[in-house]
Design a protein around this ligand. Sequence first.
Ligand SMILES: Nc1ncnc2c1ncn2[C@@H]1O[C@H](COP(=O)(O)OP(=O)(O)OP(=O)(O)O)[C@@H](O)[C@H]1O
Ligand SMILES: [Mg+2]
Length: 331
Amino acid sequence: MHQFILKAASVGIVAVSAYLTYVGKMDFDIMVMMDMFSFVMFSQIEALSNAIHVIEVVNKTLDKLSKIENAEIIDENAKEVNLNHYDIKFSDVCFSYDKKQILNNISFDIYEGSTTAIVGPSGSGKTTICNLIARFYDVNSGSITIGGHNIKDITCDSLLKNISMVFQKVYLFNDSIKNNILFGNPSASDEEIIEASKKAHCHDFISKLPNGYDTIIGDAGATLSGGEKQRISIARAILKDAPIVILDEATASIDPENEHLIQKAISSLTKGKTVIVIAHRLATIQDSDQILVIDNGRVVQQGTHRELVSQAGTYKRFIDIKESAEGWCIK
Ligand SMILES: Nc1ncnc2c1ncn2[C@@H]1O[C@H](COP(=O)(O)OP(=O)(O)OP(=O)(O)O)[C@@H](O)[C@H]1O
Ligand SMILES: [Mg+2]
């Protein structure tokens, strides 16, 4: 905008001086001087305003850097702990991102080796619960324990090495497919990477790419489908082989072939693990050991599909809508 004002002002001076010369109120040589003067002056002002703009950007970046540098280290007083079991317990957890309370007195238990499906309307707090398990945020009150340890008392490293997360939105780096998978376990061998990729049903399409596992995702990004990218992210999680798997099931429609392969990949990932899944598919919900129905930041119902479907309530209404949408009939 300021560039435009400067240019408009210099064009204005040229136009006015030309007019004054035309009507005989200014000498021709003064007009030429005036125009040259305006060009020189405005180009200097423009350079100055550009420099000020650059300084502003640098200042803002430095501010951000110092914020990162001065960020509180959340696990300063925490201990390196090797968890020896993986039961997860929420006790009266309250949480807000800012002022608005998002989770209200949430309590539940997840037993090691079981699958818990979290269901509920959009914005009810499902992703927030998963974020708290991985300690992306700290609870305001109440506690979360894993294997009997309050997650605030153990280092982020000792917590996160036990958790694999597969998000709805796939996070891949602008790097080779191999390095993207390797991120799950940087010390893995090539054989282990291939084994994980086979389990995630992505080995076949990766091998067919001209550069195979060395294909740079950024370059091939356009040619990899959403389902293929999702399977690469699952291969990464399989390679990590963490005992706790947190999964945000995709809501976006993926073609049936990819959907089928993704389901197989997820079965390999979750086999024998403690699984928390934000579930959208009826099959996932029905097969889980426990369902938590979240509404407005509270656990409004809890139990197995069989138990919950026989009660009037949020779950029954939710399932009725799903059934008609998916054309299913559950007995
Ligand atoms: N980083 C954030 N900062 C502030 N508010 C947030 C943030 N993330 C989520 N929220 C708010 O918290 C509430 C719960 O969000 P959450 O993402 O947990 O819902 P959800 O149940 O996972 O919804 P969906 O089914 O749409 O994924 C929403 O009102 C949302 O707007
Ligand atoms: Mg969510």
